[in-house]
Design a protein around this ligand. Sequence first.
Ligand SMILES: Nc1ncnc2c1ncn2[C@@H]1O[C@H](COP(=O)(O)OP(=O)(O)OP(=O)(O)O)[C@@H](O)[C@H]1O
Length: 378
Amino acid sequence: MIRFDAVTKQFPGGTVAVDTLDLEIEDGSFTVFVGPSGGGKTTAMRMINRMVTPTSGTVSVDGRDVAATDAVTLRLGIGYVIQSGGLLPHRTVVDNVATVPVLQGQSRRQARSHALGVLERVGLDPALATRYPAQLSGGQQQRVGVARALAADPPILLMDEPFSAVDPVVREELQAEMRRLQAELRKTIVFVTHDIDEAVKLGDRVAVFGGGGRLQQYDTPETVLSAPATDFVADFVGRDRGYRGLSFRHADGVVLHEIRTVVADEIPALRLEQGEWVLVVDTERRPRGWLDVTGVEGVRAGASVADSTAAGGSLFTPGADLRQALDAAISSPSGVGVAVDEDGAVRGGIRGSEVLTALAEQRRAEDRARGASYFEKQ
Ligand SMILES: Nc1ncnc2c1ncn2[C@@H]1O[C@H](COP(=O)(O)OP(=O)(O)OP(=O)(O)O)[C@@H](O)[C@H]1O
């Protein structure tokens, strides 16, 4: 366990970066420090590996005060990933990853062969191992940064805004990879970000830091979104928090309706009313786009199916949550969200209003459960 006991950090010059922080981070948890710039997240995190020493209070790892632990020994047990990847530019990818195991006494050969395994684990093609960091994309560099931090198999991983310099698509891939890795490795991860979306996506627990280095709330992502502890947190999680909160709700109660589908060959003979939509599917019933009366006329006049259909909205995949269900409905040109099975074939359609009904039912059930426990206490 990582523990902060009344930890304060005041920098020379007077800035209080962290103010009387009390926090317990469970082994194997994924904890995200989130908050606006200057809120003290990085300073708090760097006190775990002694890159910053507290002005007062104690930071301990597994019951041992880090101030009393040799800094080099401490850091060998704590992986550290930073925004730019922090790779050594004049070393190949594999040698970057092998750095710490070599420092720990492994032979170079042993460390390299182990490094290749770790690269694969973080989703990197081993063919990239002999390249230099500058020959990789930003996303690939970040994966190498993660591989390097994991190479010595440290129980703790600190990650300081590791994905903030890559584009949104790559960022989502890296986030998904991180979740997958964590499910496999169960490290104690402390992750700093200023992005609340990233925080609630990744964290088991979220610590929201406010101005002046004061911890505002430390809770599960669901609770931070549904019950912000302070006005500051409510403001920080923003106006979309209700929508984001839908991602923590299962979509079991959402009804699937039959959707009228056609294959390309059937289009010229279609008769549609104004405002009516049909879903074009391929021979395996995978959605290709929505078609209305204008699209049918287009096909009859010789336009391709691709040019005549409106791109479908986001798809609702098996096991997805209420946020995806609602997004599928509201991003669909027809207003009906498309649910698909594991193979991508159409299962049915989702109406936005019924997603809200499912939400209301879940809430009623929660209220009933709360009411019951309230009466039991009387
Ligand atoms: N070495 C330092 N010397 C003086 N002041 C510092 C130092 N490091 C950080 N600070 C100040 O401490 C405060 C907290 O900084 P910190 O980097 O921990 O915040 P943060 O929440 O991580 O923000 P960011 O996301 O911008 O890094 C800021 O006001 C910053 O200017």
